[in-house]
Design a protein around this ligand. Sequence first.
Ligand SMILES: Cc1ncc(COP(=O)(O)O)c(C=O)c1O
Length: 361
Amino acid sequence: MAARKADLPWGVLEPREAVLNMAPYSPPTGGRAGKLRLDFNENTVGASPRVIEFLKQRLTGERLAIYPEYGAVKAALARYFEVEEDDFILTNGTDEAIQVLINTYVDDRQQVIVLHPSYAMYRFYAEVAGAPVSEIAYRAEKLAFPLEELLDAITPETRAVLISNPNNPTGTGTSRANLERILQKAGHAAVLVDEAYYEFCGVTMLPLLNDYPNLFVSRTFSKAFGMASMRVGCLFSQSGNVEFLHKAQSPYSVNTLAAMAAAVAVEDKAYVERFVTEVLAARELLYVGLERLGIPYYPSQANFVLFQAGGRAVEIRDRLRSRGVLVRDRSYEIPGCVRVTVGTRDQMDRFLKELEEIWKA
Ligand SMILES: Cc1ncc(COP(=O)(O)O)c(C=O)c1O
């Protein structure tokens, strides 16, 4: 019998070493419905009414009985994203996109580079795969994108580079030209540009898919489109790569409802555009409110803003929660910082009013 590597309770089967060594991940807290949800960068008013109508009225028993068929949905999404149908896979949210990318390109003990702080799932899936993760820190000043530091860290051993643009939780982004320098330096590695917040900033690498064979782009329906519960996204690359992504993906990981809802959502382009316009106006209002209170913040290219609460980050989060307003404490990774999702101007008015009362108390 093989020696046990860990002190596990009696009767527990020893997992792979990579899983044994991982820090446990704590999923979001429950009980968020009905509160002012400014903690997960979701759409704060919900999906297009057309999507809701579709889900309520147009579902048939037969549709539910049949395994998913993605043809029509892929055609609709290809038109919307202005790519070919062979240039992407549908994924169960961005999370599955990251997982499929890692499963396709990264073996046990091959290096993955991520930035810090950034979206936690990059490290999560790399660690599950047994890949050592190198972290490059965002610059202390203005939390700017650490281009030179990242370029220096890329070596012939690098297998994947995972970047969120704009980045969560810093809100800072980088240019297409900078990302091209990374694609060139990491020509032998898979480079993922996660564009979860694209709608709020307008910078995209999608038109460059065929210029860089190592470029992968992900998009999601969880943020601007207001469909986080449906778990649907897309992973794009040139079609030769997409064939391999398909091979590494479970065939039905996106359910029929989610896939069809995504196709309906892109038909209502005006709905998302209106929401984005509202968020951008609300973000200005938020900046003005924070300035009035003398609270420093980091200007953002996304639908969330990090502000400096000094030693009061956890207290502010807890006291806002007791008033029905949810925000995220990020002080464990950026000292003193709280992240607030930007919703509508009315929602930001309410947030600022509650914050002001707590701040001045
Ligand atoms: C950068 C980034 N990518 C992806 C996601 C999650 O996307 P999905 O819901 O599509 O898995 C988030 C959510 O917070 C995020 O911040």
